[in-house]
Design a protein around this ligand. Structure first.
Ligand code: NAG
Length: 304
């Protein structure tokens, strides 16, 4: 009986335990039973998106799914990233016709601040690809060219004293031109002391065919600002299980060992439960695919 108790309460330490960087993952509507054996930072997959929180209208707030991820982080003592306040996708329907759109965003941020103390916040998501539909109400382009982003960060900063404020986008790690456009926004925010870190999504469509040297060059361009860089939505698939593992071996070390990078978040890990087919690295039932077997060994021997 004593042995059984020990076995049932046993959970392996997360993959990046003891390292200077965390390796996190998303939490969907409930926490997968083996989640704690792998990850030590969390982002809610959908739960904190504006469309999820206020899909029921201006007067309603549904924090249920966001709470699941936040509470788990509190319980485990690991960093929580709030994702995301301002994003042109998955915005609630009511803001399209809201009379005071800036007020609606302010209300969202104030309510979130009353409920959570996030370690990190994706304040603006996909500014270059899916700018907010209420950007004109937030100042539009304005004098900086990106006033709506500045306004968003000012709102976040005035309501969240200690959270690290991040910007996040895709199509960056693979594209030096996009890096330069991203830096245009980043330097405005940095000049106003509004930005604490740079998120790069790193989905499979950006990294599967990417050379390690390209990853290094683009991350270093962002890191030259002096701001930490956070790969925020990493996922990889391949033509086969071994192909996926090969790609992991090319991409992951280029990110993990880069000193500009201070933490990495994967976007799902359980086969069949990720937004892009084939990006799972653990099967339902627990079998670890070759990519996970490699990743575990890599993190045991590569300490950063
Ligand atoms: C980078 O990926 C994006 C898609 O996320 C694509 O539109 C863009 O053309 C790619 N850039 C390069 C240089 O491959």
């Amino acid at each position: 009986m004593f042995a059984a108790l020990i076995l049932t309460s046993f959970s392996a330490p997360p993959l990046a335990a003891g390292q200077s960087k965390w390796l996190g993952n998303i939490i969907p509507s409930s926490v997968p039973s083996n989640w704690d054996s792998y990850w030590n930072q969390a982002t809610s997959e959908n739960g904190c998106k504006w469309g999820t929180v206020q899909g029921g209208g201006a007067a309603s707030f549904n924090w249920a799914q966001c709470d699941v991820a936040y509470n788990h982080c509190q319980q485990r003592g690991i960093p929580f990233k709030y994702h995301a306040f301002v994003w042109g996708s998955q915005e609630p329907g009511f803001i399209g016709s809201a009379g005071d759109q800036k007020g609606a965003l302010t209300n969202l941020i104030k309510n979130a601040a009353a409920r959570y103390k996030p370690d990190f916040i994706d304040v603006v998501n996909e500014a270059l690809h899916a700018p907010s539909n209420i950007r004109n109400a937030l100042g539009g382009s304005g004098s900086t060219g990106w006033d709506w982003i500045v306004t968003s960060f000012e709102l976040a900063k005035s309501n969240f004293g200690s959270a690290k404020l991040l910007i996040n986008d895709y199509g960056i790690v693979n594209d030096s031109g996009a890096v330069q456009r991203y830096l245009g926004i980043i330097n405005i925010l940095k000049g106003k002391s509004l930005l604490n870190g740079i998120g790069i999504q790193c989905h499979q469509f950006n990294v599967n065919t990417l050379a390690a040297a390209t990853i290094t060059a683009n991350v270093n361009s962002l890191g030259a600002t002096g701001l930490p860089v956070y790969p925020s939505e990493l996922d990889i698939n391949g033509n086969s299980e071994s192909d996926q593992a090969q790609i992991y071996q090319r991409v992951f070390p280029a990110l993990w060992t880069n000193t500009n990078i201070k933490g990495i978040t994967l976007w799902g890990y359980i086969t069949g439960q990720t937004w892009k087919d084939g990006t799972g690295i653990v099967e339902v039932g627990g079998r670890e695919r070759a990519a996970m077997t490699w990743l575990k060994g890599y993190l045991e021997t590569t300490k950063v």
